[in-house]
Design a protein around this ligand. Structure first.
Ligand SMILES: NC(=O)c1ccc[n+]([C@@H]2O[C@H](COP(=O)([O-])OP(=O)(O)OC[C@H]3O[C@@H](n4cnc5c(N)ncnc54)[C@H](O)[C@@H]3O)[C@@H](O)[C@H]2O)c1
Length: 272
């Protein structure tokens, strides 16, 4: 157990407010599933009952926005599944300070970790934003893309079926599932014709979500997300570079600081 976890659990046993994020989040704040379960159980014991929500991909763009949204609009207790990395990658979460949000050590490519997470936490909602989300990388790492984006979805569904069938499951799909499109804009009746390992992995995940929904009567859905951008997206995405470019251009005009931004422009343009 990490020192931070001990402090947190001590505070809970003394019935004090849990302020895990009273300070900036860093890797030291990532809990084991057992510690997270203790926090969950203690909150429930103290009659702080609220929906238990697991969100994956919280260090990414959409997951971090979902955390913000749920903290603001619900009283849910949120457990964010994150991979422990030796480099700091929590900048999208560093603004959050809440006693309803906890990070838990988790990797989508480990079916055992998925099973444990769901069995111990018994979530009411499981929101899966984690993915190998970079289409270009899916050509370099097709198997890893498949395991993260598709096999892991099967593992989550299976764990929900076994341990928490009342849990509502959401999976992020992609317009890349449509691939070679027949018409625009696409709708739900458009055939799935993926053209990349990424698109194929999301299309296959969609099929298994449907099979589990139909066969086991689970509440399991997958959306189609079209490209969307913000300042929290990784800069490796081409569209993100375009976004940054347009933001830089606007900022530079506003600030009349053309000289410094010109350098940014040219480097972004080269990258485009
Ligand atoms: N942003 C878009 O335009 C867009 C479009 C279509 C679909 N999507 C899908 O929506 C979801 C969210 O997109 P995003 O832009 O926030 O992506 P993102 O790349 O910003 O975030 C992905 C997250 O997944 C995590 N992750 C990756 N592999 C993992 C693993 N093995 N175990 C645990 N965590 C892992 C990363 O650490 C990161 O936090 C993804 O499933 C993506 O494929 C996004």
């Amino acid at each position: 157990m990490s020192l931070d976890s001990k402090v947190i659990l001590n505070m809970i046993s003394k019935n004090l407010e849990v302020t895990l994020h009273g300070k900036k989040i860093d890797t030291a704040n990532i809990l084991s599933v057992s510690d997270a379960k203790t926090i969950r159980d203690n909150k429930l014991k103290r009659n702080i009952y609220a929906n238990i929500v697991i969100i994956t991909g919280v260090t990414g763009q959409d997951g971090s926005h979902m955390v913000d949204y749920l903290l603001e609009h619900t009283d849910a207790i949120i457990f964010g599944g994150v991979r422990r990395l030796s480099v700091y990658n929590h900048s999208n979460l560093s603004h959050i300070s809440s006693d309803r949000f906890f990070l838990v050590n988790f990797d989508l490519t480990d079916s055992h970790s998925i099973g444990q997470f769901i069995e111990k936490m018994r979530p009411d909602y499981f929101i899966n934003f984690a993915a190998q989300s970079f289409v270009a990388s899916s050509w370099d790492f097709p198997r890893q893309t498949w395991e993260t984006n598709c096999t892991a979805v099967l593992d989550i569904l299976e764990a929900i079926r076994l341990y928490r069938p009342s849990c509502r499951f959401y999976n992020a799909g992609s317009s890349e599932e449509f691939g070679n499109v027949s018409y625009s804009p696409q709708d739900e009746t458009h055939p799935l014709k993926p053209r990349s390992p990424y698109g194929a992995s999301k299309a296959a995940a969609r099929q298994i979500v449907k099979v589990y929904r139909d066969s086991y009567n689970l509440y399991a859905i997958q959306s189609w997300l079209f490209n969307h951008e913000g300042t929290r997206r990784g800069e490796e995405f081409v569209t993100r570079l375009r976004f940054l470019f347009s933001v830089s251009r606007r900022v530079s005009i506003c600030a009349s600081n053309v000289a410094s931004w010109t350098c940014t422009f040219s480097s972004r343009l080269v990258a485009l």
